[in-house]
Design a protein around this ligand. Structure first.
Ligand SMILES: [Zn+2]
Length: 189
């Protein structure tokens, strides 16, 4: 944080000043979920200030695609550094205004660039993944060496009323998982 009075934000219409660089500000939520945003600012602390200011206004940054947390804390800024131009970011903030990237018109794997067109050895296309909570009865805690053993019912059941969590997409070419691209809606048939 700077000790001097925060600068007044430049007007949206003014040209980009040459002393502005792009900084990456990392946002943390629930201590374990992160999103990186690119901010054009004079220095890293101004970049963090801009993001903190936007976070204080509800709904402006609500659409960032965080991985699911349990909303106990945050989001808040936790780190910042100057961008080398190759950072993957959730959005760019220019003159203090968040600019969301347009929603993609095509699904493409960010790791292997697979587009779902041709079949792969895993069947092809993409899968929508989500986590559900399963439950099993615990029968008892049995004394055993070297550690006691929890005896658990083998068959599991799932909590049907539980919301699915951690929604993401699996590429059926490289089998890696990536977040649902920002701006896409979902429709279940
Ligand atoms: Zn892939």
């Amino acid at each position: 944080m700077t000790t001097k009075t925060p600068k007044k934000r430049r007007q949206r219409s003014s040209p980009k000043a040459s002393n502005e660089n792009t900084f990456i500000v990392r946002l943390a939520k629930d201590l374990s979920e992160y999103a990186d945003v690119a901010v054009e600012a004079a220095d890293a602390s101004e970049a963090e200030e801009i993001v903190t200011d936007l976070l204080s206004k509800p709904s402006i940054l609500d659409d960032l695609s965080y991985e699911a947390g349990d909303d106990r804390e945050g989001p808040y800024t936790c780190d910042s550094w100057e961008s080398d131009g190759a950072d993957q970011v959730a959005l760019t903030i220019r003159n203090g205004v968040p600019i969301f990237p347009p929603a993609p018109t095509k699904l493409t794997c960010p790791y292997c660039s697979y587009d779902g067109e041709k079949p792969t050895e895993h069947g092809g296309t993409f899968r929508y993944l989500a986590d559900v909570t399963t439950w099993r009865e615990i029968i008892r805690l049995k004394k055993s060496k070297p550690n006691p053993t929890l005896i658990i019912e083998g068959l599991s059941d799932k909590y049907d009323e539980d919301e699915e969590k951690n929604e993401r997409i699996e590429c059926r070419a490289c089998l890696r998982e990536f977040p649902i691209p920002a701006g896409l809606k979902t429709d279940f048939r």
